[in-house]
Every structure is written in structure tokens, then in C-alpha cells.
Design a protein around this ligand. Structure first.
Ligand code: PGA
Length: 251
């Protein structure tokens, strides 16, 4: 696991976008695993800038998103379909049918989950998977629990996540209780994993990710077992890692 500590959220976003863009330049039909939440917004802004100013070409890129709330229509402003269109997809030249987000409105969610893992396999696997991290160490909606769930599945949101995500809704009551999420195996099959985190509220989770025991109680800790992970954190999120700012560390 390579840990890159930078001095600002802006630098984190720029470095993350640089890595994703490098994948696309080397492999124009790269499969990108994408994430939602506040953390990746700056990365997407930088990718849009690179598309507009540097001609970064997404016309052959395919994307698979990590997750979607159960029950929110794609045009609901808090759905992850809407988020992706608003923050990235509508501003680049990716083909609409090349961008995939799980369907959280289908009647047969088990079929959605099976088909989603099949889709990832058909695409040849993910080249680079972008991840944020929850304050409780979740990735996607793989919440702390007693076991890792390998496949895409329907997850119950933890109270911690409902509390963290209520800022996007009028109240906690409006936060959907369930989501379709890639499982740990669906995430770990990616050839390269890029996790970004900033702010002190993520410091405990980042410590668990990098230096804690591998345990389903901190789902992100499983990434220690992946051969090619890059973690980009600001100094606040790196609080307990003992890495000097600006230096690259191996953990
Ligand atoms: P955030 O969410 O980027 O909004 O903090 C990250 C996550 O929960 O994975």
C-alpha cells in the first residue's frame, strides 16, 4: 500500500485525478470504478478540467459505480445516478451507455446484484477503482460487521452512515435505509485501488485502513491484502500515521 500525504484537499484531488487520467491515457477504454460522496467531487472537477483544457478523452472509457440507494429514482437529486451525471458524466464525452450505476429501484434487487458482478466481469474487470472512506471505515456501503461480503449485495446502512449522510437530506428520516453496493470482492478485483480521504473526521478510519488489523469491523482494512493500492490523504486524515507531510510512505 502506497500512502501519499499531501497538504490540502485540493492537492489530494489533483493527485487523484492525475492517476486516473494516466490510466485513461495508457488505456483509452479503461474501466473506471467510481465513487460518490463529498470527497471525490474535487477529483471529478479536475478530470472535467483536463477533458476541457487538455483533451482528456473519455469516449471509449467505461465506468462502474460502487453503489446506489435502494428506492431513489435516477432523477432524485440525492440518488447516485443524479450525483454522477451532475458532478462528472454530463461534463465529459463518456457515452451514456458506457456509464453504469446499480439500479436501486428494480423490483428484483437480487438479480440486480448478480447482474452487476457479471457486468464487471464482462467488462474485463476494473482498471482503477476510486474509493472514499466512511468515518466508520466503510467502503462503498460495506459497513462494519462480522464478516466481509464478497459480492454485490443489498446492505443495511449503519446508524453512523445514516447520521453522516443526513446532511444531504432534509432529515435523517429521509435517508434510505438500504443500498445496493459492490461487495468487498467486487472492489478487490480492481487492478488498482485509489482511496482518497481528507479531514480529521477520517483520521481513525484511515489509521484502521493503513495500520490496523484486517477485520470486517473496519471494512477498508481488507485493502491491506490488495497488491496495488494508493491512498492519498491530507495531513488531517493522516493524523495518526506518523508520515511527514508531502512525503510518500509505504505501509
Ligand atoms: P464522504 O463519504 O466523501 O462524503 O465523506 C465517503 C464515504 O462514506 O465513503
Amino acid at each position: 500500500m502506497k500512502v501519499i500525504c499531501v497538504d490540502s484537499e485540493r492537492a489530494m484531488s489533483a493527485e487523484a485525478a492525475r492517476l486516473i487520467a494516466a490510466h485513461i491515457r495508457v488505456k483509452p477504454n479503461a474501466v473506471l470504478g467510481l465513487a460518490t460522496g463529498s470527497t471525490p467531487i474535487g477529483t471529478y472537477e479536475e478530470l472535467i478540467r483536463m477533458h476541457r483544457e487538455e483533451g482528456l478523452d473519455f469516449s471509449e472509457v467505461r465506468s462502474v459505480n460502487l453503489d446506489e440507494y435502494v428506492g431513489l429514482e435516477p432523477d432524485h437529486p440525492q440518488s447516485y445516478h443524479y450525483f454522477m451525471k451532475h458532478h462528472l458524466l454530463d461534463h465529459i464525452d463518456i457515452k451514456p451507455d458506457h456509464a453504469h450505476v446499480p439500479d436501486g429501484t428494480a423490483r428484483d434487487l437480487d438479480a440486480v446484484c448478480l447482474e452487476y458482478d457479471a457486468l464487471i466481469r464482462e467488462l474485463g474487470g476494473t482498471d482503477i477503482q476510486l474509493l472514499g472512506i466512511g468515518r466508520n471505515g466503510h467502503i462503498g456501503f460495506n459497513e462494519p460487521g462480522d464478516a466481509f461480503v464478497p459480492e454485490t449485495h443489498v446492505a443495511e446502512l449503519s446508524d453512523n452512515t445514516i447520521e453522516a449522510n443526513q446532511r444531504f437530506f432534509r432529515s435523517a428520516d429521509e435517508v434510505p435505509r438500504r443500498a445496493v453496493t459492490m461487495g468487498m470482492g467486487s472492489i478487490m478485483q480492481a487492478r488498482h485501488i485509489l482511496l482518497i480521504a481528507c479531514g480529521e473526521s477520517k483520521a481513525d478510519a484511515v489509521y484502521g485502513l493503513v495500520a490496523g488489523p484486517v477485520t470486517p469491523k473496519v471494512p477498508a482494512s481488507a485493502l491491506q491484502l490488495h497488491p496495488h493500492v494508493t491512498v492519498i490523504v491530507d495531513m488531517a486524515a493522516a493524523r495518526d500515521l506518523g508520515l511527514p507531510g508531502g512525503l510518500f510512505g509505504e505501509a
